[in-house]
Structures are given as structure tokens and as C-alpha cells.
Design a protein around this ligand. Structure first.
Ligand SMILES: [Zn+2]
Ligand SMILES: [Zn+2]
Length: 169
């Protein structure tokens, strides 16, 4: 995803491209979630007074593990990209604020790979549940309680009642 600044004409430059999950490199692979589809980019680059605005969307399917029952959950992910690139020789231009990201570029080429990779990695869910009412796994026997109850559950309840019985009122 390297763009020649000269390719960005007066009307801007539209990038529509796809990258496989391998493009992420896997160095920051999270154990909780990973990308499970091609990653689609629809990005508009516009040149404005020396700066380059990069706006668009990234879409992909992430697969994450339910934090309660450990089953796989598909998470449809759409990210909005709002980035403003300034030439690295522009002095002390550190205006910030709003919801834009600011980066610099050097020379005549912009390499968007690192920035886009970071955005994808940051957006991976770190905690998901397959459903709000997910019952999770039994801590005793590991049974997925969404599928069927296990016998420990009743025993646990029994012991809880036993504790209650011991309390003297
Ligand atoms: Zn679950
Ligand atoms: Zn159990």
C-alpha cells in the first residue's frame, strides 16, 4: 500500500484493494481474536496545501473467542479511517484535536502499510461474549452450559443451601 504523491491528482485518488490476513504479519497476533477474511480497503486520498488527507473504510471479519464459553464468535468489523499526512520537513506542525490521526510522510511516497496494520490490530476485539445470556463453562467440569446443564451445578447449589442452613438466625 505505497502511494506515489504524484498519483494523487486534483480529484484525489481512490484506493479499493484487498489484503489477505497474512498481510498483518502476525507479529502482534492476539490470542483472543484474529482476522478471518480478506481485509477490504476503500480509501480516498486528497491533496490539500501540502498535506494529504486519507479517509475511508476498512472492512473485515474477525473471529474472537467468547470470554465465557470459549466458542468462536464472528465479529463483522468496519473501521473508519481519518488521517492527515504532513511532509516530514514541515516544521513543528503538531496541530491536534478532533478525531483525526496525524502522521508524517517523507519524500514523494506514502507508505500506508504500517498505519493500516495498526488500525486493524487495534480494532480487534479483546473481549467478546457470544451472547449476553451466555452461561459460560462450568468451572468444575468444563461443560458448556449453553449446550446442557451439568450435574455440578446442582451440587453447587446444594452446598450453597448447606451454608445457609449453618447460619444461625
Ligand atoms: Zn459464550
Ligand atoms: Zn459441571
Amino acid at each position: 500500500m505505497i502511494v506515489n504523491v504524484s498519483e494523487i491528482g486534483d480529484g484525489g485518488l481512490r484506493l479499493d484493494l484487498k489484503k489477505g490476513p497474512g498481510w498483518l504479519g502476525g507479529s502482534e497476533k492476539s490470542e483472543v481474536a484474529s482476522v478471518d477474511s480478506d481485509i477490504e480497503f476503500h480509501i480516498d486520498l486528497l491533496r490539500t496545501a501540502g498535506e494529504i488527507s486519507v479517509r475511508g473504510e476498512i472492512g473485515f471479519l474477525a473471529v474472537a473467542r467468547c470470554s465465557r464459553c470459549l466458542s468462536d464468535v464472528n465479529v463483522d468489523t468496519n473501521l473508519e479511517i481519518k488521517l492527515l499526512l504532513s511532509p516530514s520537513d514541515a516544521e513543528g506542525k503538531t496541530e491536534s484535536g478532533g478525531d483525526m490521526d496525524y502522521e508524517t510522510y517523507r519524500g514523494r511516497k506514502i507508505d500506508l502499510n504500517d498505519y493500516m496494520r495498526e488500525q486493524v490490530n487495534l480494532s480487534l476485539p479483546y473481549k467478546v461474549v457470544c451472547a449476553e445470556e451466555c452461561k459460560g463453562l462450568c468451572s468444575e467440569c468444563g461443560q458448556n452450559l449453553n449446550e446442557q446443564p451439568c450435574s455440578c451445578e446442582t451440587r453447587q447449589q446444594d452446598s450453597r443451601f448447606a451454608v445457609l442452613k449453618d447460619i444461625k438466625i
